[in-house]
Design a protein around this ligand. Sequence first.
Ligand code: GLU
Length: 295
Amino acid sequence: MIRRYVGRFAPSPTGPLHAGSLVAAVASWLDARAHGGRWLVRIEDVDFTRNASGADARILQQLAGCGMPPDEPPTWQSQRAVAYRAALDDLIGRGLAYPCGCSRADIVAALTAQGRPPQRGQEPVYPGTCREGLRGRAPRSWRLRLPDDGGRPLRWTDRRLGEQSQVLSREVGDFVLARADGVWAYQLAVVVDDAGQGITDVVRGEDLAGSTARQILLQRLLARPTPRYLHTPLVRDANGEKLSKHLGAGAFEPGAGSLAAALRVLDMPASAPSVPALLAAAVTAWRARWAIPGL
Ligand code: GLU
């Protein structure tokens, strides 16, 4: 059965959108339009310690100013705790999730003691310390108990990047599903919501390609369908760093100028004089380049 295309843009409201996040938004919008699909916006505000007040409204305003209002009222992950809880309970009930008492420092210390200290700038691979029990420590998080992959990679295909693979046991380890302070992990929330909203196509920045294998594994364990994936090029600053709010990238001004800059990153035509004309030309070009066969 061919499911009708449903795409989404899922910003974290840690601040207004910058030029890099606009690229992901435009690409997901174009892909939905090029396939006659619907385009949803989901505000990923699960990590309430990082939300900036008013950023969600500002993001929606920026999108509307670039001619991309969502096709349905936006949703907020902060209102979805019941669904995340049900998914976590399901995993716990099947022995696929366990409580963990390790802090980041504990994890680094354990890895260092094993002679494999984490590389700078890389997420440490969880060494499995609490797999067999908390040994009297207080729980800090729930982790997924990775099924034994025997060192075999989980493979998936990205529409732009091609064949991808990751050995989760070696490269990631048992990952966090929820924090004890009540914050749901991105990996769990995104899987529950993509399925809950019937998302057929995820189009997002390339910085998230490395999360995709984790999400596909969770989809399989939770019996949710796997969408198609397309990861878009990142925008880099003059030093070659990925633009990020963390590094101080500023909000873009909605309008034809910012939209044209995002289209250029995507290698789309960007010379039309207005927002509607830019979008119309880009939909045609996107369809020519990225049409999904048979859709
Ligand atoms: N909320 C994530 C972010 O802003 C994106 C999640 C996704 O598109 O899967 O980085």
